[in-house]
Write a protein that binds this ligand. Structure first.
Ligand SMILES: Cc1cn([C@H]2C[C@H](O)[C@@H](COP(=O)(O)OP(=O)(O)O[C@H]3O[C@@H](C)C(=O)[C@@H](O)[C@H]3O)O2)c(=O)[nH]c1=O
Length: 181
């Protein structure tokens, strides 16, 4: 297991150790002890699984209060995952990091509480799995506008019109988002 920092403090790329053999492969996708040894002492309470066709864009979601930390990965297909820093006083407030996650690269992305999170599916049948540090709280879930020019996320859409949920079509601009204390 290897953790790679990104340009935003707290956002980490997690590369699991993959044991390949003639049968296929094996990897540990979560091990409390190993993660704690690497400085991530996490307490997950919910696991989620979504499937998306190519061009589906989910996000950018955050819960406030009851923020969720998310350890995300893709087990079929390919997605481009993004996190936006909403932490008050952060030197990188409003900035984003994007990372490609795929069944092939087996990479995971740790998004701590205090970020908005979303992804676009780059292939049909993209299965997205994630562990959360807090329960789903729909009354306190919000969408940051996926295409707010102030944030300026460079989505790899290749000219495709993204497919969004009704609530994500009317996300809030960054200027209307209350920063996380
Ligand atoms: C997220 C979630 C949804 N649901 C239900 C509510 C709804 O009827 C249906 C679909 O919900 P949504 O449209 O919110 O699903 P989705 O757009 O996939 O929401 C997810 O997006 C990604 C980017 C995240 O970061 C997640 O935390 C989560 O917000 O599933 C739950 O029961 N539990 C959950 O934890």
């Amino acid at each position: 297991m290897e953790l790679t920092p990104t340009e935003i403090e707290g956002l980490l790329i997690v590369e699991p150790r993959v044991f390949g053999d003639e049968r296929g492969f094996f990897l540990e996708s979560w091990n409390r002890h190993t993660f704690a040894q690497l400085g991530l002492d996490l307490d997950f309470v919910q696991d989620n699984h979504s499937r998306s066709a190519r061009g589906v864009l989910r996000g950018l979601h955050y819960q406030q209060p009851n923020p969720q930390g998310k350890l995300v990965r893709v087990v079929a297909g390919r997605a481009w995952d993004v996190a936006v820093d909403l932490r008050a006083g952060s030197p990188t407030y409003g900035r984003w990091v994007g990372v490609e996650l795929s069944a092939e690269n087996k990479r995971m992305f740790w998004v701590p509480p205090g970020f908005a999170h979303g992804f676009v599916s780059l292939e049909d049948g993209t299965d997205f799995l994630y562990k959360c540090t807090a329960f789903y709280d729909p009354a306190n879930e919000h969408s940051l506008m996926w295409n707010d020019p102030t944030v300026g996320i460079e989505w790899p859409l290749d000219g495709i019109e993204p497919q969004l949920s009704a609530k994500d079509k009317v996300g809030r601009p960054l200027q209307d988002v209350e920063a996380f204390a």
